[in-house]
Design a protein around this ligand. Structure first.
Ligand code: GDP
Ligand code: IMO
Ligand code: MG
Length: 423
């Protein structure tokens, strides 16, 4: 086994954390390759629900190493809080968590710049999680950023002050009030804590492990439609959430990638602003939000809901080279009848079966096919042979359309509520 990838095919929150946790026993290492504390990955087992933001979702399993790769951006305060919460639950961290020296640091002023930028955008704001993600990646590509390895340098404070002062100058142009004192004190306390963890040259570490025959699962954050290149730009995040991001975000060459597991919900959700062709603003959408408990794991914001969108799903499968699919939250659709699936977009008089360039300004009318729903409660099933025939028809219809096997069907948030399909 080499490097496999697991990532979201929609606008995030597909259930990546749950499936990483389910698959972790098959791997030696779980590695995050992009994003930061904008992510919220939920895991449920033994009556516990846990939300991870920066730490890989393999952390609860024994004998598995977890790596925060160079492509990730880290807020030391949030990182420390996450580790403190895990330690309280008696999860041993020290010998199984490794952090790349090349991962970039989110400064308190990055968070201020994020908030100031959103305020300045007014009605056109992205709906950012306000964790400082955009400004941190801007400093990375602008060649100004601070990296985890810098905290070990005697010049760290000097470098920090230089970047902070640059940010303060930028904030002067904005009508934005702030008080940095408390945030800064907590940030430096957390930096001291970060120094006590395993800070490594992760690209060397990971390649050496692969050479030894160990297996790695790269855990994506956000989703394909939030990718900075291929998502619904400008309503996206600031990193490459797609499979190619594993190479830049971990330092592992593309030819080492074996399987790509694409995760999608049996419907679609989106949190934040931006286009959403199949969004339901009626009672059906409201019912979906209630049945799926669709509230953000990071910000608590309600997630908009809509029907499954095949042009978008096919696009995501193509961009990522998906080799197998996991369909999540099939249980949520119990009782919805008919179940609709968007097969095309209508723009003017033209029908499109692919994701068009201009998804933000064009009026897009989704064209639906209707499928018979199911009423059975799926949450107690323990084998794929027990699923209702209408759900089986739904799965086979999707597989035929997207030409990719669905190997996992998830029927509840718990680790155990996972049905495997042998394909
Ligand atoms: P992630 O960001 O992709 O890891 O997903 P989130 O954790 O943000 O959101 C997924 C939500 O759905 C979480 O609350 C999960 O506990 C929950 N969940 C995952 N799989 C299922 C499922 O099959 N059925 C139901 N009902 N909930 C699920
Ligand atoms: P996980 O990993 C869902 C969305 C935000 C906003 C846009 C940009 O849990 O799936 P950012 O803070 O990155 O500048 O926000 O992206 N967003 C997510 N939506 N799940 C996520 O992560 C998200 N991370 C960012 O709501 O629309
Ligand atoms: Mg999430």
């Amino acid at each position: 086994m080499g490097l496999d990838v697991l990532l979201g095919l929609q606008w995030g929150d597909e259930g990546k954390g749950k499936i990483v946790d389910v698959l972790t026993p098959k791997y030696d290492i779980i590695a995050r390759f992009q994003g930061g504390p904008n992510a919220g990955h939920t895991l449920e087992f033994n009556g516990i629900k846990h939300v991870l933001h920066t730490i890989p979702s393999g952390i609860f399993r024994e004998n598995v190493l977890n790596v925060v790769g160079n492509g990730v951006v880290i807020d030391p305060i949030i990182f420390k809080n996450e580790i403190d919460a895990l330690t309280k639950m008696d999860v041993v961290i020290n010998d199984k968590l490794f952090i790349s020296k090349k991962a970039h640091l989110i400064l308190p002023t990055h968070r201020l710049l994020d908030a100031a930028s959103e305020k300045a955008k007014g009605k056109e704001k992205i709906g950012s999680t306000l964790k400082g993600i955009g400004p941190t990646y801007m400093d990375k590509t602008g060649r100004n950023g601070l990296r985890v390895g810098d905290i070990l340098s005697s010049k760290f404070k000097e470098k920090y002050e230089k970047l902070k002062n640059k940010h303060i100058k930028l904030l002067e142009f904005q009508d934005f009030e702030y008080d940095l004192t408390e945030m800064e004190a907590e940030w430096f306390k957390s930096i001291e804590f970060l120094k006590t963890l395993n800070i490594i040259d992760s690209e060397h570490f990971l390649n050496a492990q692969l050479k030894e025959g160990l297996s790695i699962l790269a855990e994506g954050a956000q989703g394909t439609l939030l990718d900075v290149d291929f998502g619904t730009y400008p309503y996206v995040t600031s990193s490459n959430t797609t499979s190619s991001g594993t190479s830049t975000g971990l330092g592992i060459a593309p030819n080492k990638i074996e399987k790509v597991n694409g995760i999608f919900k049996a419907y679609v959700t989106r949190v934040g602003n931006g286009p959403f062709p199949t969004e339901l603003t009626d009672k059906v959408g409201e019912d979906m939000q209630k049945a799926g408990h669709e509230f953000g794991a990071t910000t608590g914001r309600p997630r908009q809901c809509g029907w499954l969108d095949l042009p978008a799903l096919k696009y995501a499968i193509m961009i990522n080279g998906v080799t197998e699919l996991s369909m999540m939250k099939a249980d949520v659709l119990s009782g919805f009848d008919p179940i609709k699936v968007c097969t095309h977009y209508k723009i003017g008089d033209e029908l499109y079966d692919y994701f068009p360039f201009d998804i933000c300004d064009e009026e897009i009318e989704p064209v639906y096919i209707e499928l018979k729903g199911w009423t059975e409660d799926l949450t107690q099933l323990d084998s794929i042979d027990q699923i209702p025939s209408t759900l089986n028809d739904f799965i086979e219809f999707l597989e035929h359309e997207v030409e990719t096997p669905i190997t996992i069907v998830s029927v509840g948030p718990n680790r155990t509520q996972t049905l495997l399909r042998n394909k």
